[in-house]
Design a binder for this molecule. Structure first.
Ligand SMILES: [Zn+2]
Length: 281
């Protein structure tokens, strides 16, 4: 009985493997970097109905379209977490610039500026059928201006409640977190407790806190510390945008700012940074 069962299993197994699978697309012989932190390896990737159906040595597989990736890297699309595409996605929905760089997902609404009405924004995006995925943060400056204009003062309790409500609404409508631009008007008029309150409203819905910090020059350490403190108080991940130190007298102070980030991470806080290349004249 046991023997018969084993034979049957072997037969089923052989039948399955002897049939050459057929896919829509087969990307062959690439160096696969799977994005999980694994080392790269040579392999093939099969795509069926727009989804990855198999990865590995697929020597017997057939496909309607075969792409020879010899000498090339095959990787998941990159996610660009710091973009300012607002508006351009409607002009060039094919987003060739991103696609040619291997970027398939972008996060916009950075530095405190975003669409106020996420539902409308995402509907507009869908209507132009962008070739990339787009996520948006809800911008603090956008929210503050909607509630208080460019007033140079703290919000009243009522205004703060209105801003919290707008953040929550945006999060419910699909925003991925709160962004601040504390160097810009009107965000620069806010104090830390206001930002903490709004960050908490975003954290309630699983959002991140992404910040163009208050000062990237002489007071850069205070500004990095503020971003970390906001994440700690609101119990949420912090992304410090375009991490840098500006002005020549501050060159080299990344030793201090990176230590702040390292220490926060040792403390267990989820603090990350992004950078862009700059041309120095
Ligand atoms: Zn910025």
């Amino acid at each position: 009985m046991l023997l018969r069962f084993t034979c049957l299993l072997t037969f089923v197994f052989m039948a399955k493997t002897s049939l050459a699978q057929s896919y829509d697309i087969l990307i062959k012989n690439g160096r696969i970097i799977d994005g999980t932190g694994n080392s790269w390896y040579y392999g093939d990737v099969a795509v069926q109905a727009g989804k990855i159906a198999a990865i590995g040595k697929l020597d017997r597989a057939k496909a309607k379209r075969i792409i020879d990736a010899t000498g090339l890297v095959v990787a998941p699309g990159f996610i660009d977490v710091h973009t300012h595409i607002e508006g351009n996605e409607m002009v060039t929905p094919t987003a060739d610039n991103f696609i040619h760089d291997g970027v398939t997902t972008v996060v916009t609404g950075n530095c405190g500026g975003s669409s106020l009405n996420m539902t409308k924004y995402f509907a507009r995006l869908d209507s132009v059928k962008t070739s990339i995925n787009v996520a948006s943060l809800i911008g603090h400056n956008t929210i503050r201006r909607a509630v208080m204009g460019d007033a140079q003062r703290d919000p009243t309790a009522e205004e703060l409640a209105q801003m919290e409500e707008l953040v929550e609404k945006a999060m419910q409508d699909g925003a991925v977190g709160l962004s601040t631009g504390l160097i810009y008007v009107p965000g620069t008029y806010s104090k830390t407790p206001e930002v903490v309150a709004l960050a908490k409203a975003a954290a309630k819905h699983g959002g991140v806190y992404a910040s163009h910090i208050r000062d990237e020059g002489d007071n850069v350490t205070e500004a990095v510390s503020e971003a970390i403190a906001i994440g700690r108080a609101a119990n949420m991940p912090v992304e410090i945008s375009h991490f840098k130190v500006t002005y020549k007298p501050n060159w080299g102070r990344s030793v201090e700012t990176l230590a702040l980030v390292d220490n926060a991470r040792k403390e267990g806080l989820d603090v990350t940074v992004d950078q862009y290349p700059s041309l120095r004249r």
